[in-house]
Design a protein around this ligand. Structure first.
Ligand SMILES: [Zn+2]
Ligand SMILES: [Zn+2]
Length: 280
């Protein structure tokens, strides 16, 4: 009898060049293999552009679950929702993703214009090159700023200019976290609250979103403190929610040490699949 591993080794939160990650789907699949994964989910911001390529590269030995990460902005701050196991061909869902990406493009231009008024002159063409066809995000602009020598790091670009309270900040199209959950459900997917450790008040957000149909919470994530993990465990039990986990990998430089450390709980993939039957 071949040896059987008792649990899947699984990372459910990964980004690629389709959004603001730095690895192509093929390179990410290679890395996942090197790190011994059985299953991964690619969760790019507002796009499913890498999923098919990654699934083809993963073949039978590495399962790639369809995922996405949606941003909602709320008085309580940025709220990110992960969607899993949805139909990536759902036309209404894809039309929404396209409108989010169009908005990101437009917003990126507005940020670059605002920066120019502050004496930070970036080439929009260069920002697009850095994004490399992926949906435009502030990290791309931050990298262009660092490259042009206006700041010494991406972090400094955010801190001094483009963070939510920064001088060159431009508002995002606002969808509520409740709308993000509905959108994922309407495509047959499961909605999971991402990195609650980044929220000002994780407990009250979970208490608000559980009755709105939230299916699960990301328990294992580099930004979740032990205290947040305890809150998540308590509230997932109380509301009957599933738990997930992943590294939120964007680049080797930033996240190499997290990939393979922040894993999904053993039953996460089964629970996601089972839960998705409710919406499919
Ligand atoms: Zn996020
Ligand atoms: Zn993410």
């Amino acid at each position: 009898m071949p040896e059987r591993r008792s649990a899947l080794r699984c990372d459910l939160h990964l980004h690629t060049t389709a959004s603001d990650g730095q690895l192509t789907p093929l390179l990410l699949v290679d890395l996942a293999r090197q790190r011994g994964f059985d299953t991964i989910a690619i969760t790019d911001h507002d796009t499913t552009g890498s999923i098919l390529e990654a699934q083809a590269a993963g073949g039978d030995s590495l399962t790639v679950i369809p995922g996405v990460e949606l941003s909602a902005e709320d008085d309580a701050g940025d709220v990110h929702t992960l969607g899993y196991c949805f139909d990536i061909n759902n036309p209404e869902f894809q039309a929404e993703m396209q409108s989010f990406r169009d908005h990101r493009f437009h917003r990126g231009r507005l940020i670059v214009e605002k920066l120019a008024k502050l004496g930070v002159n970036l080439s929009w063409e260069r920002v697009l090159e850095i994004a490399d066809g992926g949906s435009i995000g502030r990290p791309h602009i931050a990298r262009a700023m660092a490259e042009a020598g206006y700041v010494s790091s991406v972090k400094e670009a955010f801190d001094r200019y483009i963070a939510n309270d920064g001088v060159a900040y431009v508002e995002r199209k606002r969808i509520s976290p409740e709308e993000a959950i509905q959108l994922i459900h309407s495509a047959g997917g499961v909605a999971v609250l991402a990195h609650p450790g980044l929220l000002k008040d994780p407990a009250s957000m979970i208490e608000r979103l559980a009755p709105a149909g939230l299916d699960g919470i990301e328990l294992n994530h580099p930004k979740n403190s032990d205290e947040v993990r305890e809150i998540v465990k308590r509230l997932t039990k109380r509301f009957g929610l599933l738990t997930t986990g992943g590294s939120d990998f964007h680049s080797m430089e930033r996240d190499s040490s997290h990939m393979g450390v922040y894993l999904a709980p053993d039953e996460a993939v089964n629970n996601l699949r089972e839960r998705s039957l409710k919406y499919g």
